[in-house]
Design a protein around this ligand. Structure first.
Ligand code: GTQ
Length: 350
């Protein structure tokens, strides 16, 4: 048909529209403007005890050079193509063996590591060497060069968190390999942590990065400090009715989240804790640092124990329970900063 032809049937008109890369809104309105969020992501739990032997298997089956990063992706059963853990965020288990180096690269996606086990590996971020210990939170903000090297003597495993699903959905993903021998360190080891870790005493001679004000200047939030912060209040503070004694890792320049797109948190849930159910538009990924318990998400019950990873998609109703006997400690990360920045954060207590 030519541009001057007039269709005579509805069917013909719909076919002509499709041929023009156009479509009738009225046939899709409800999908495009849902009354409330509809997410293909599901609540899911990945048992660490099942992942660990597989990580060890691939540590000998595949060289780190072949893999670039030896990471088991935790793929939400509802978000397989492209793979993501929740709508905007990714979780993976990375393993590095003694003597190995994962070469220097950078990507526009923001990343962090939360160390699960092992000792003796060092991550270098934009020229600063950061030693990794279990429970440490290390940041690799977008477009920062980073490599991982391991000179200890046991396998080292950590949780990787990245926002690449969000970055790729915005078509803003860049990646580059540093194709030269690793340069010498640019600052004394761990200086950013030592300069900023005390929060209320910040260096006067430094100023925030005006182009990236929402990126924390801290390389490593060490477990020893996190544990001290929890221990100082955990017996006395009231805490959140949904998340217990929930502390946010903060950017010392802003008091806000550590990365523009990702907030990271640690929570102590006291023995016998029963959280009030709620939902919010932010999605969350949890890692069990210690203890055990259950999280009910809609009709799904996730029973978790030490080192497991699980996720709660946005707008899903959830509540945590911890049995009597011992406390539980949960690390978590969330896309709440994105939703808040865009004016899209909503929460509802149920
Ligand atoms: O360690 O740089 O889990 O680039 C995925 C992509 C880790 C990393 C991941 C990465 C990294």
């Amino acid at each position: 048909m030519t541009s001057t032809d007039v269709p005579t049937t509805d069917e013909g008109a719909y076919a002509d529209l499709a041929g023009l890369a156009a479509a009738p809104l009225w046939r899709q309105y409800g999908d495009l403007m849902p009354a409330q969020p509809v997410s293909p992501a599901v609540a899911h739990l990945w048992p660490y005890a099942r992942l660990r032997p597989l990580a060890l298997h691939f540590s000998t089956a595949l060289s780190i050079a072949e893999a670039e990063r030896r990471v088991l992706m935790l793929v939400n059963p509802g978000l397989t193509d492209p793979p993501a853990t929740v709508n905007t965020l990714f979780a993976g288990i990375q393993i590095i063996m003694p003597g190995e180096t994962a070469r220097t690269h950078r990507h526009s996606a923001n990343a962090f590591r939360f160390i699960i086990e092992g000792d003796g590996a060092v991550t270098t971020v934009n020229g600063e060497r950061l030693r990794m210990h279990p429970g440490d939170l290390l940041l690799t903000p977008g477009w920062h060069w980073h490599d991982h090297a391991h000179d200890g003597d046991t396998p080292m495993m950590w949780l990787d968190g990245l926002d690449y699903p969000l970055v790729n959905s915005l078509h803003a993903g860049f990646f580059e390999i540093y194709d030269h021998p690793a340069p010498p360190p640019r600052t004394p080891d761990e200086l950013s942590t030592r300069q900023f870790m005390h929060g209320r005493l910040n260096p006067t001679w430094l100023t925030p990065d005006t182009e990236h004000p929402k990126v924390s200047p801290v390389g490593n939030y060490p477990w020893a400090e996190t544990e001290r912060a929890l221990a100082a209040i955990a017996d006395d503070a009231q805490g959140s009715a949904a998340e217990g004694i929930l502390l946010e890792y903060t950017n010392p320049w802003t008091g806000g989240p550590v990365l523009p797109t990702i907030g990271a948190r640690i929570a102590r849930l006291r023995a016998g804790f029963t959280g009030l159910p709620r939902r919010h538009t932010a999605s969350t990924i949890y890692h069990v640092v210690s203890g055990s318990g259950a999280t009910t998400v809609g009709d799904t019950r996730l029973d978790w124990s030490e080192r497991d990873i699980f996720c709660v998609p946005g707008w899903a109703q959830y509540s945590h329970q911890v049995p009597p006997g011992s406390d539980a400690t949960l690390f978590s990360y969330t896309d709440e900063p994105v939703l808040r920045t865009l004016g899209l954060y909503r929460e509802q207590w149920l």
